[in-house]
Design a protein. Structure first.
Length: 491
């Protein structure tokens, strides 16, 4: 009986630990005070975050700040791994300086900025955050570095640095000292992975592929010769990174990514070639579903060969048009569609920050694209999607994906019926979603600059934000109709 009781206690304890762990999943948040167009914004950065607002309302600035904080660990990895000067972790040179330099590269020197404060919580539940501000001398202040970088991290990072530097310790003025053996290449890889994992734990991050997908991405398709020139500049790296604007830095990373993507597709010629080369039959059906939706958005099949990228619009006659001559909507969406497909194929752990996914797309195509993005996010628990948009249609599609999930949660017997309307792989859970409206001049005089517009209890986006533009246009029509009606009365 005692053994059974012990097993029961252990089981209860195990269940309790699972529940606590789920309750304490890292919840991220960014708080911005007086930065650019943003006077104050407090935003939960969930699995999916949607930012909607008028032009110049600060959407891109917020998205870029999130990208900045989420990619700091890349800069710290590069600094610590390549450092030849210090045998142990140096907070100033290994942590503070890379963050300051990254901010300077992204947003310019702080001496030109008003007093600001930006806080990013890597885990709000554990109060793990970095705060950036400028001090009384307009220099960047990073806090609380003493609690963010704990003793355990310092010890482990110092040990990795020492081992990576073994080959450089051979150079010593005292020739009587026995030199240390050179570190082997496989050991370098092992220590690099240890450092990578250590930084992932520090920043509460498991994502391995982080990309900011820029607005105006069609330029790399519409002007293939310009694309090649930009690619060569990036490969040669013939001008200093510090002289580049943030948009140039993001454009470079975008081009670097899609040089590799084009090479992958060129090897297999099209989406179908990639699917058939993939041995996992368990995912083939899903990939073909993705391909079919991509074909609908592109109004044809994507192909690539030595002559370039094409859209085949008539399979029977093999008629095609070069991608550089297609519509702006096809050009804007193709890179996003390729990325979605490869992320599902590779089961990547990704962060995607996407500006204006709706650009130049008809509302039906916007619906299909958002459903594909939702499918990609759902494909891996660690995937994350941040969208900036001007389109109420995008909000409406997300609203339907959320409501589909809610309908089935409330009534499980409706699952197959709902799935016939919206594919189940694209349903979204309310706990994973956040949305904010910025600016809000056209919504109401009583609203703040940054307003949460997702109702967690109802699991839907607030209706007034979906209908604002329609209400304005409808109001104009009613006013015009009233004037029109008066003219008949006068007669």
């Amino acid at each position: 009986m005692g053994g059974y009781a012990s097993q029961k206690v252990f089981l209860l304890w195990y269940i309790y630990c699972i529940i606590i762990k789920r309750l304490h999943l890292p919840m991220q948040k960014i708080i911005i005070n007086n930065f650019g167009a943003i006077k104050y914004a407090e935003i939960e950065v969930k699995k999916i975050l949607v930012l909607i607002g008028e032009q110049a309302s600060g959407k891109s600035t917020i998205a870029k700040l999130i990208y900045f904080f989420k990619t700091i660990q890349e800069d710290l990895f590069s600094q610590i791994y390549r450092d030849k000067q210090n045998q142990s972790l140096d907070i100033n040179s290994d942590i503070l300086s890379p963050i300051q330099q990254k901010f300077y590269n992204f947003f310019g020197p702080t001496n030109n900025l008003p007093d600001f404060e930006i806080t990013f919580y890597y885990s709000f539940n554990e109060n793990k955050f970095l705060k950036l501000s400028n001090d009384e001398n307009k220099k960047m202040k990073i806090s609380p570095i003493d609690t963010f970088i704990d003793e355990k991290f310092t010890i482990l990072a110092s040990d990795i640095k020492f081992r990576l530097r073994q080959e450089y310790l051979n150079i010593n003025k005292n020739r009587n000292i026995q030199p240390l053996p050179l570190i082997k290449e496989e050991e370098k890889i092992k220590y690099a992975q240890q450092l990578y994992d250590l930084l992932n734990d520090l920043f509460q991050n498991k994502q391995r592929d982080l990309l900011f997908i820029i607005a105006g991405r069609s330029a790399t398709v519409a002007y293939p010769s310009l694309f090649e020139n930009l690619k060569q500049n990036i490969l040669i790296d013939n001008y200093e990174r510090s002289s580049k604007t943030l948009d140039e830095i993001l454009l470079e990373k975008f081009i670097e990514k899609f040089v590799r993507v084009k090479d992958i597709f060129k090897k297999f010629r099209n989406f179908e070639g990639l699917i058939e080369s993939y041995s996992g039959n368990d995912i083939k059906e899903k990939l073909y579903q993705v391909k079919n939706k991509i074909d609908k958005i592109l109004k044809g099949e994507y192909r690539i060969d030595d002559l370039g990228e094409k859209i085949l619009f008539n399979k029977e006659t093999e008629e095609y048009i070069y991608l550089s001559n297609t519509s702006s909507g096809q050009q804007e969406s193709i890179r996003i569609l390729q990325d979605i497909f490869l992320n599902i194929l590779d089961n990547s752990k990704t962060l995607r920050i996407l500006e204006e996914p709706e650009a130049h797309l008809f509302p039906v195509a916007q619906k299909q694209l958002i459903e594909l993005l939702a499918l990609m996010v759902n494909h891996n628990n660690n995937n994350q999607l941040i969208i900036t948009t001007h389109s109420p249609y995008v909000l409406t599609v997300f609203n339907n994906l959320l409501f589909a999930n809610r309908v089935v949660e409330k009534n499980p017997s409706t699952e197959s019926e709902v799935a016939q309307i919206i594919p189940q792989d694209s349903w979204l859970s309310a706990k994973d979603f956040s949305a904010y409206s910025l600016g809000n001049q056209s919504v109401s005089e009583d609203t703040n600059y940054c307003e949460p517009i997702f109702n967690q209890e109802k699991g839907t986006i607030q209706q007034n934000y979906l209908d604002t533009v329609s209400e304005i246009l409808g109001g104009d029509f009613q006013a015009l109709y009233s004037i029109h009606a008066k003219t008949f009365k006068r007669k």
